[in-house]
Design a protein around this ligand. Structure first.
Ligand code: NCD
Ligand code: ZN
Length: 424
């Protein structure tokens, strides 16, 4: 069996409470041993001096546009971005064409991921047929075909009765229902309601579009016992609502997009359509509230919402498609929060690996002996720029394009195999 020995790095594994300079031995596709000064003459050695060794990151929210819009991204280019960003497992959103509302599309997505063999690409099934919000998908068949959760992301579920039924199925199947919480009638525009919409005259998206739907869905989770996962949370009051329902014992988890922890609505003035995303960048006080909630633990995990678009789809703010690519920028953004002492490095790894793995019940997100050898090795200090040479996406839509970043993945291992090595 092939052996890989990662030496001289600092292992950070929140699942075991480890932050220590120890070696990590991999045998085949599993973690064999974590110990001081491991000697194994047959192993291929990776020198991780000055680097952090952590369980591979898990992203619960990516758009790989495959099938249907592969000019923006496909499962191969998306997987390359993922491993370059340190992610070894991603959950592919179902707003593809056709959508992931049938077992054969779900099987296509996971089989493509397996065929390229860089990272696991786990399909999210739709909540409703065609993402139309009217008729529930066949959850049993989709789960059987490998779907790890259900969501109509991009088209929030407007009907309360549909959401109620979905959560009933969730409690029966033990699979989370994820919702992009925004009420359509209160989110017709492109910027957050307030100063920016008044200044620019652009149509707005109200924070209460998000907050009312979070409250509705939490009430439904409370009544049904289903597991609700709130996608890309953006407002301070949304945090308050989730805290309230968690304290009541409701099965609710939530994710935040790193960009919402870094940028506020003002970015729109300098970056224009590149700063357009749904839900939109919010106010400074919301960014601060999200950061506080990360530290406290009200926010469960980080998810990139990697949303590639072609340049011509990012023309004018009001007509541009929302979303930013994010798989390669997530680590530098999160490390900035560590540097600013918003969160610890251990908490960061938890948010990007252990916690998201737990939300969908995976056995990854840990370096425990016997678990899958999914490992990221990164240099928290290395400075770099996302540009034509370093970008693996087919798209370039991020306000961080060409800007200095700090923190870079040096190796990513999936099931014991090196699937990414910097500059190779
Ligand atoms: C996403 C996309 O482009 O598919 N865009 C976005 O602004 N977040 C859809 C979504 O996640 O809602
Ligand atoms: Zn969404």
């Amino acid at each position: 069996m092939i052996k890989v020995l990662i030496k001289n790095g600092t292992v950070v594994d929140p699942s075991q409470g480890i932050v220590d300079k120890i070696d990590l031995l991999i045998e085949g596709d599993r973690i064999k041993r974590l110990d001081y000064e491991i000697f194994e003459p047959e192993a291929q050695v990776i020198d991780a001096s000055g680097l952090i060794v952590a369980p591979g990151f898990v992203d619960l929210h990516v758009h790989f546009r495959d099938p249907g819009q592969t000019y923006k991204e496909d499962i191969l280019s998306g997987s390359k971005c993922a491993v370059a960003g340190g992610f070894t497992t991603v959950v592919a959103m179902p707003n593809t064409n056709p959508p992931i509302d049938s077992p054969h599309v779900a099987r296509y997505v996971s089989a493509q991921g397996k065929c390229w063999g860089l990272c696991d690409v786990l399909p999210a099934g739709t909540i409703t047929v065609g993402r139309k919000g009217e008729e529930l998908s066949d959850f049993y068949a989709l789960k059987e075909a490998g779907c790890v959760c259900f969501t109509d992301d991009g088209s929030p579920v407007q009907r309360t009765d549909i959401m109620q039924k979905a959560l009933i199925f969730s409690s029966e199947l033990g699979v989370p229902i994820m919702n992009h919480c925004e009420d359509d009638l209160l989110s017709q525009g492109s910027v957050t309601e307030g100063y920016l919409s008044a200044l620019t005259g652009l149509k707005s998206r109200y924070p209460e579009a998000e907050e009312t739907m979070i409250a509705r869905d939490c009430v439904l989770a409370y009544r049904t016992g289903g597991h609700l996962h709130v996608q890309h949370l953006t407002t301070g009051f949304g945090v308050e609502l989730i805290r309230f329902f968690k304290e009541k014992g409701v099965k609710v988890t939530c994710e935040v997009n790193p960009y919402h922890l870094l940028l506020d609505e003002g970015t729109m003035l300098s970056e224009g359509p590149l700063a357009r995303v749904n839900p939109p960048l919010r106010k400074k006080e919301d960014v601060l509230a999200l950061r506080e909630a990360l530290r406290e633990g009200v926010i469960d995990c980080v998810a990139t919402d990697h949303a590639p678009h072609a340049p011509y789809e990012k023309g004018l703010i009001d007509s541009s498609l929302p979303g930013m690519i994010g798989l390669q920028t997530a680590l530098p953004i999160m490390l900035k929060l560590v540097e600013e002492e918003v969160i610890s490095l251990v908490r960061m790894v938890d948010l990007m690996s252990c916690a998201p793995a737990k939300i969908i019940g995976l056995e990854v997100g840990t370096l425990k002996e016997g678990s899958p050898a999914d490992v990221v090795i990164f240099d928290p200090k290395k400075e770099w720029v996302l540009n034509e040479e370093t970008n693996f996406s087919k798209s370039k839509n991020t306000p961080l394009w060409g800007k200095p970043l700090k923190g870079k993945v040096i190796y990513t291992l999936k099931g014991g195999r090196i699937v990414y090595k910097e500059n190779s």
